[in-house]
Design a protein around this ligand. Structure first.
Ligand code: F6R
Length: 578
């Protein structure tokens, strides 16, 4: 959450920083700001809105100087506004900082800074004032002293006009340094600078660094120097472009056949059958995990418990050395998932990360990691990462059970669904003004009902709830009326007759039904108002297909409602605060 960027070198910093925060914008986009050093002072520009909106009035790239920092914000403390936007300045205006994370003891620290006039409502501003107070000739030393006073999470970049360095520190919020030739870059993640360098130093928690034009010095939290270990990143810049699609989300939905193909050749580590598997994740990754429960229990006959990472970490889970915890995360930085992983490790469990972003914190902290091959996912709503997580879970089930699961026809079948894009848009046109939706599914398709509802609500702002269809009669059916359509996932599987009965119950109460059904099922149209067909497959594999029309349906509804599909309100792609 929040994107931070820095540049130090010989080029004009502002143009490079503008491109960095554009690339980081998916981390938050309620206000934007930049500070550069020029003629012995700090030049600052910031405002409320997305990068393009704020840049059109402030023209960031006019800021002079070859050292600078920038920020794209997802508000925690204080509403989105110019005064709360980063960078924040110290009282004298000589120190500028950008911060990602939450300073939990900021109110106590403010008490100790009574002489400083605070201009914002943020927790972050306290860092600028503390740095000023702690400065006595070395910005890095001032930052070291400052972070020792902070409680909470942070990734911080700081500059001063009298110091030819950017001082950076990390605890709980990601920070990477891109190593260039006579220049260095800083970013919350590598998308900030990957077009300039693929050589990266990742900071660990409690580390800090002094980044200069020609050097990067790394320090532990006690001030002891440590040798940086640069990694070379494999990242296709081209894949992070829209490539002619109207939105990243649409492009990413269309990449899914290739993502599945790529996922079929991911090496899966040898795994011993554990006593029990725990899966922890959040949001869409959590629904991949819930589908994983059905997959792993069916094939590997191992007991699987799935938990929201945010709940797992505050429970007292009965987990130990004979158990395996699987943490699923696209970003690899989700704060709750990371905390759940750490808790499981503390209790002696083995851990496996299923992660998309290379070298992310969860990937680095898991005992073993399987990298999904979804490539950069830029749309805030997760689509191709979900499919890749599912494929990896099927492949883990293969490994644990010694069974072969027939996944190879899946890419062609997804392609067939994608070719019905126009038909799905026509159905979306009938429903895009509706206020409430229900989504139902059973067995392997129950998690897909949850995921379909999440996709719709997050990008179109229509209220949508997913249920296990057997639960309808226990409450949700009270919502059914001619204004509340139900999306029913009804492929030809073992529970087909049951879900058809649920659809009839909805129709009997004047509710419209949009069915996701197997091609060739002509009788389904007598129980549904509209039908979206998917190709036939094994009943255990339907989630890989049934989710695709739901992604497209949500996309078209949101597009017809003129929503900002790739940057839905209030959301951020990487949730690094609790
Ligand atoms: C929904 C969505 C979120 C994420 C969740 C976890 O479309 O993208 O629900 O799935 O925030 O994020 P990661 O996978 O990065 O841990």
């Amino acid at each position: 959450m929040c994107g931070i960027a820095g540049y130090i070198g010989k080029k004009k910093a502002s143009g490079l920083l503008l491109s960095s925060i554009r690339n980081l914008e998916y981390r938050g986009y309620d206000s934007i700001g930049m500070a550069t050093i020029s003629e012995g002072g700090i030049r600052l520009s910031k405002g409320k809105g997305k990068v393009s909106e704020v840049d059109s009035s402030l023209a960031f790239s006019e800021l002079p100087g070859t050292i600078g920092i920038a920020h794209t914000r997802w508000a925690t403390h204080g509403e989105p506004s110019e005064k709360n936007a980063h960078p924040h300045l110290s009282q004298s205006g000589k120190t500028a900082i950008v911060h990602n994370g939450i300073i939990e003891n900021y109110l106590e620290l403010k008490e100790t800074l009574r002489g400083s006039a605070f201009k914002s409502e943020t927790d972050s501003e306290v860092v600028a004032h503390l740095l000023e107070k702690n400065y006595s000739g070395s910005l890095k030393d001032a930052l070291l002293k400052t972070v020792q006073q902070l409680q909470g999470t942070y990734a911080i970049c700081a500059i001063r006009p009298d110091s030819k360095e950017i001082a950076v520190a990390r605890n709980g919020s990601p920070l990477a340094i891109g190593l260039g030739n006579g220049e260095n870059f800083i970013g919350s993640d590598i998308s900030a600078f990957v077009e300039h360098t693929k050589k990266v130093v990742y900071l660990d928690d409690f580390q800090l660094a002094s980044v200069k034009e020609n050097s990067v010095e790394l320090f532990e939290g006690n001030g002891n120097p440590v040798a940086p270990e640069p990694k070379t990143i494999n990242w296709d810049v081209e894949k992070a472009q829209k490539q002619g699609y109207k939105h990243f989300m649409l492009k990413e939905i269309h990449e899914q056949p290739q993502v599945v193909r790529d996922s079929l050749s991911i090496p899966i580590p040898e795994l011993e059958k554990p006593r029990k598997i725990f899966i922890v994740a959040c949001g869409t990754a959590g629904y991949a995990g819930l589908t994983g429960k059905y997959i792993l229990e069916r094939y590997a006959r191992t007991q699987v418990e799935v938990a929201y990472a945010s709940e797992f970490r505050y429970s007292d889970p009965v987990i130990g050395p004979e158990d395996l915890l699987i943490a699923i995360s696209q970003s690899g930085e989700t704060a709750d998932t990371l905390a759940a992983l750490r808790l499981a490790k503390q209790k002696g469990a083995k851990t496996l990360g299923i992660i998309n972003v290379q070298e992310s914190t969860i990937a680095r902290e898991s005992d073993s990691v399987i990298y999904t091959r979804a490539g950069p996912e830029i749309g805030v709503a997760s689509t191709k990462a979900f499919i890749s997580q599912l494929v990896v879970l099927y492949r883990v089930a293969e490994k644990l059970s010694g069974t072969r699961i027939p996944l190879s026809p899946i890419p062609g079948k997804i392609q067939e669904i994608l070719s019905q894009g126009e038909k799905i848009r026509e159905v979306a046109k009938k429903y895009f003004k509706v206020y409430n939706f229900l989504y139902i599914g059973r067995n392997f398709n129950f998690p897909i009902a949850l995921e379909g509802a999440l996709k719709l609500k997050e990008i179109s702002y229509i209220h949508a709830e997913g249920y296990a269809s057997g639960e309808m009669k226990h409450g949700p059916i009270a919502l059914v009326c001619d204004e509340v359509p139900t999306v029913s996932i009804a492929p030809k599987d073992a529970v087909y007759p049951k879900i058809v009965s649920n659809m009839q119950e909805v129709r009997a109460r004047n509710g419209d039904v949009i069915a996701v059904a197997t091609e060739g099922d002509s009788s389904i149209s007598s129980h549904a108002t509209d039908v979206l067909y998917i190709p036939e497959t094994e009943e255990t594999l339907y989630p890989l297909l049934s989710v695709v029309p739901l992604q497209l349906f949500a996309y078209h509804v949101a597009d017809l409602r003129d929503c900002d599909v790739d940057k839905p309100r209030n959301l951020a792609k990487s949730v690094t605060v609790e």
